[in-house]
Structures are given as structure tokens and as C-alpha cells.
Design a protein around this ligand. Structure first.
Ligand code: PLP
Length: 389
């Protein structure tokens, strides 16, 4: 570990040399089954031939031209995302936090351009995570992210997830939007109920405000549908994407309706790198896989299988007490310490990632097979036994 780095991460002392599918190989020769996927990013696994090929092909053509010019793979990616979602338009940036920032700016300018400059406030959920910029930590509202970075960006009101009454009470004349993760990731794998989302949609429509979904972690097939909100059938006005869209190549996206897009006119927002040919070509290759026949049904099948296997392990273990989530976005509620379980799993060759509220997240690549589910569950049994002994 280099001391020349800012020490803002409590890094695990493992160095991976290469990856292949669901596996990562450390420089000391150890092999790990990767059920963390770089925090829900490498959903097609490591060293995916199609994605790597797209990157190499584009690298030989042109890397960067800026958004002063047309970018063909960008236009194509936008068309495909729009064709496969509620949205009419897409904007590209480089990360999740940037996508949420853009979404927040879209909400404000939408109202200020349509006769409601007073509408700037955004309702968010407790335990939310929307990124680490000044506005997105305010949106997330978590003390551990805000402490020391004051003054907090003004204009965010928090409600408990799934508390529709609280949402109703939180709407004021200054409210511009409601921002929700349909399935919270960092916050500990908490699902926004379908009724709650339908209720928010109705409240938003009544009040003339926007509904924004942050699908940066739960989108891109992770739950077995392309978008997590499809399980509820309740569409947003704006949706943010990032993590798995580039399978590890930095990218962010905002999808929105025509009504929202119409107010973000030239000069109002921009980015140097966002939408660059490399990221766009990679994301198109990711979509090639995810939109292919059978991809999402595989995720559903593997998700159900993993869920069932994990649930069967609850009863006789004192290490975790609940399995929750959707598809291949799974949380284990730890009874003792999520960090201890993550460490014990790693010692058994399985990578996972912690979440708030003493939860452990399992975010395997969406391409896992039954053998790898067997392998993961065997590692979990061994890790639990090690902890209990
Ligand atoms: C990871 C994440 C973000 C932030 O993405 P970055 O690329 O780290 O800025 C925002 N929202 C959700 C739901 C996330 O999971």
C-alpha cells in the first residue's frame, strides 16, 4: 500500500493481477470468486471478450473529441437506452455522483423554466446513497458523509423509505422533485415497495413535481429486469445510471422525458469527458449482452436459486438472520459483524461487500452459473463455521 496516496480508504491488502469471468486472481496466486463485482460494476464479469474488444476497436479509431462534435456511438447508446426505457432522451457523464448532480440540476431548471423558480427542494429517503459530491452527500443525508463538510447544501428533506404519509407531508410549494433508489444498495439492501413508488408517482403528478430514480446500483439487469423499477411498473421522469453500464469503464448517464430534456438547453450543463467514444463503445457492448435473449431470465433464475440456497443457511447459523433484496442484489443481515463475515468469506475465497446497518451485500456478476452459486454457498458455510467456532 503506497503512502503517497491520500489515506481515504481502509484498503484490504490484496492486489489482483487479473480477472476472468466471475473470478479474480491475486498476485500471490490465490483465486477469489467475485461476489462484489467492484461494488456492482463488473456485471458481465472480468475480461469480457465482447466488451474488451469494443474498447480496443474504439481505441484504434478515436478516443476523445469533446461534445462540441457529433459522437456516433453516443447517439447510438442514447437511442438504445431510450428504446428500452421510459425515457425520451439521454445525457452522459462519467460517474454516478455526476449523474445525480445532473438530475438535480435538471429538476431545478425544469421548474425555473416553466414558471416555478421557487421549486428547488428535493425529497430523499433515509439511508439513501447518491454519491460524494457536496450536493449528493446532502441528498443522501447521512451524518457520516456530511460531518466536516459543512455547510450542507440546502434543499433536501428526508423521509423514511416506504412512508408515503411522510412523503405527502414533506411536499411543500418549494418542492421540485422526489429522489429515490428503487432498491437501496449502500444503505443496506432495502426495497422501495411497489405501492410506495405508485404513491410517490401520484403525489408527484398531483403536485406537479418530478420523480427521480437513482438506479446507479440496482439498474442494468441487477434485479432480473433491465430497470429495478420495472418490478413496480411505476416510471420516473428522470433516472440515473452508472456502475454496471460500463462494466468498469467510468461512465454515468441520465435518462429523462422530453418535458424534462426540453429545458436543459445549450449552455446549461456540460462535461469534457462525458459521452466520450471509449465509454460509449464499451456501454454499447454491455447493452449487446444485456439486451440479448435470455440474459435477464438467467439473472432471475440465478437470483432465485442463490436466494433459496442462502435462506436455507439462515436457520442453523447464528451469523446472519435475514436474506433480502431482489435478483442478484442480495443483502444478508448480520447478527454479529458484517466486517467479520466479509473477512471470513474472503479467507474462504469469496469476495463480498459490506453495507450500512450491519448488512453484507452479495453482488455477483450477472453471468454466474449454478456451480459458482454452489461454490459461494459452500464458502459461506465454511465462513460461518469459522466464525462460530
Ligand atoms: C455508487 C452509487 C452512487 C455514486 O456513484 P459514483 O460513481 O461513486 O459517484 C450513487 N447512487 C447510487 C445508488 C450508488 O450505488
Amino acid at each position: 500500500m503506497s503512502s503517497a496516496l491520500v489515506q481515504n480508504y481502509a484498503r484490504i491488502d490484496v492486489t489482483f493481477e487479473r480477472g476472468e469471468g466471475a473470478y479474480l486472481y491475486a498476485e500471490d496466486g490465490r483465486r477469489f470468486l467475485d461476489f462484489a463485482s467492484g461494488i456492482g460494476v463488473t456485471s458481465l464479469g472480468h475480461a469480457h471478450a465482447g466488451v474488451t474488444g469494443a474498447l480496443k476497436d474504439q481505441a484504434d479509431k478515436v478516443w476523445h473529441v469533446s461534445n462540441l462534435y457529433n459522437i456516433d456511438p453516443q447517439a447510438r447508446l442514447a437511442e438504445r437506452l431510450v428504446a428500452n426505457s421510459f425515457a425520451d432522451r439521454a445525457f452522459f457523464c462519467n460517474s454516478g455522483a455526476e449523474a445525480v448532480e445532473a438530475a438535480l440540476k435538471m429538476a431545478r431548471i425544469h421548474h425555473s423554466s416553466t414558471g416555478h423558480p421557487e421549486r428547488y427542494r428535493v425529497i430523499t429517503a433515509v439511508n439513501a446513497f447518491h454519491g460524494r459530491t457536496l450536493a449528493t452527500i446532502a441528498a443522501g443525508g447521512q451524518a457520516k458523509h456530511l460531518d466536516g463538510f459543512g455547510p450542507k447544501v440546502e434543499g433536501f428533506d428526508q423521509i423514511a423509505l416506504n412512508d408515503l404519509d411522510a412523503a405527502k407531508k414533506a411536499i411543500q410549494p418549494e418542492t421540485a422533485a422526489i429522489l429515490i433508489e428503487p432498491l437501496q444498495g449502500e444503505g443496506g439492501i432495502h426495497i422501495a415497495d411497489s405501492d410506495f413508488l405508485a404513491g410517490l408517482r401520484a403525489l408527484a403528478d398531483d403536485a406537479g413535481i418530478l420523480l427521480i430514480y437513482d438506479e446507479i446500483q440496482c439498474g442494468m439487469g441487477r434485479t432480473g429486469k433491465l430497470w429495478a423499477h420495472e418490478w413496480s411498473g411505476v416510471a420516473p421522469d428522470i433516472m440515473t445510471l452508472a456502475k454496471a453500464l460500463g462494466n468498469g469503464f467510468p461512465i454515468g448517464a441520465v435518462l429523462c422525458t422530453e418535458a424534462v430534456a426540453a429545458t436543459l438547453v445549450p449552455g446549461k450543463h456540460g462535461t469534457t469527458f462525458g459521452g466520450n467514444p471509449l465509454a460509449m463503445s464499451v456501454a454499447n457492448a454491455v447493452l449487446d449482452e444485456m439486451l440479448a435473449d435470455g440474459f435477464l431470465s438467467h439473472v432471475k433464475r440465478m437470483g432465485a436459486l442463490l436466494r433459496q440456497r442462502l435462506e436455507s443457511l439462515i436457520g442453523n447459523k447464528r451469523v446472519f438472520s435475514e436474506v433480502r433484496g431482489s435478483g442478484l442484489m442480495i443483502g444478508l443481515q448480520c447478527t454479529d459483524s458484517n466486517l467479520e463475515l466479509m473477512t471470513a468469506l474472503r479467507e474462504q475465497g469469496l469476495l463480498s461487500v459490506v453495507a450500512d446497518g450491519n448488512a453484507l451485500r452479495l453482488l455477483p456478476p450477472l453471468i454466474i452459473d449454478e456451480t459458482q452459486i454452489d461454490e459461494a454457498c459452500a464458502a459461506l458455510e465454511r465462513a460461518c463455521a469459522a466464525i462460530e467456532s
